[in-house]
Design a protein around this ligand. Structure first.
Ligand SMILES: Cc1cc2nc3c(=O)[nH]c(=O)nc-3n(C[C@H](O)[C@H](O)[C@H](O)COP(=O)(O)O)c2cc1C
Length: 217
């Protein structure tokens, strides 16, 4: 499919069917992830494709625990919760209830010892290291989009990293930074994304100066 169309319609899909994803489709998706650029081309990431039912059940339980914490404030808002947030919360609830049934959950692992993290010494949270993993995550998700396979990038399981590492036998010093359940969408699945207009995200030459690059897509 057209790359721009894929990017413009790559929504988070949390309602996933248990139906299997053909092996060749998954192989293409994983291959696409492996093509991602990384700092110094070191490729300091690995993927664990979890298909084992018992392991998926355990991951689902851990995820559900963290989702409950994450959504506590939303639930407390009751009827005042904005419709878009409520929609997301209900879809997330669905994911929790069905996570043990998804055909595959991909856990992205990284090795910080193999990364040139150029902002590690700055007096603010470091983000550069993630750039050598999330490029692969985005490749995987775009490939899934192209194949009509639904997925959502989740990170709440980072709060449970030691349990996840032990379940999947991930050795030190590897860490985990993205957990992506995949499956065919239950509802309409992909569609237009809702984002800030480009004019509010792109400046030209100086901060806040409006740019001339608009309406290209
Ligand atoms: C770094 C990152 C972490 C995320 N973590 C979670 C998560 O733990 N659980 C979840 O349901 N969605 C998670 N998401 C998905 C976002 O909530 C979603 O991409 C965003 O709300 C936009 O939704 P949309 O694509 O449907 O418009 C995460 C996304 C990113 C980029």
């Amino acid at each position: 499919m057209n790359l721009y169309e894929a990017m413009a319609t790559q929504r988070a899909i949390r309602r996933l069917k248990p139906d299997p994803i053909p092996h060749d489709v998954l192989s293409r998706i994983f291959q696409a992830a492996s093509w991602a650029p990384t700092g110094g081309n070191v490729q300091p990431f690995r993927m664990v494709a979890v298909t084992d039912r018992d392991k998926l059940k355990s991951l689902g339980e851990l995820y559900t625990k963290q989702w409950a914490v994450y959504t506590e404030g939303m639930r407390a808002e009751g009827d005042a919760l904005a419709p878009a947030r409520k929609k997301m919360m209900l879809a997330g609830d669905y994911l929790c209830e069905h996570l043990h049934q998804v055909p595959v959950m991909v856990v992205f692992c990284f090795n910080a010892e193999h990364m040139a993290i150029t902002d590690a010494g700055l007096d603010r949270p470091s983000v550069v290291g993630g750039g050598s993993v999330y490029t692969a995550v985005q490749n995987l998700m775009l490939a899934a989009r192209a194949e009509g396979v639904g997925c959502v990038l989740t990170t709440l399981l980072c709060f449970e990293e030691s349990a996840v590492k032990s379940l999947l036998e991930i050795p030190d010093p590897w860490g985990t930074c993205a957990h992506i359940p995949m499956g065919y969408p239950v509802l309409g699945g992909y569609g237009p994304t809702s984002r800030r207009p480009l004019s509010k995200m792109l400046y030209e030459n100086t901060w806040m100066a409006s740019s001339s690059f608009e309406g290209g897509a």
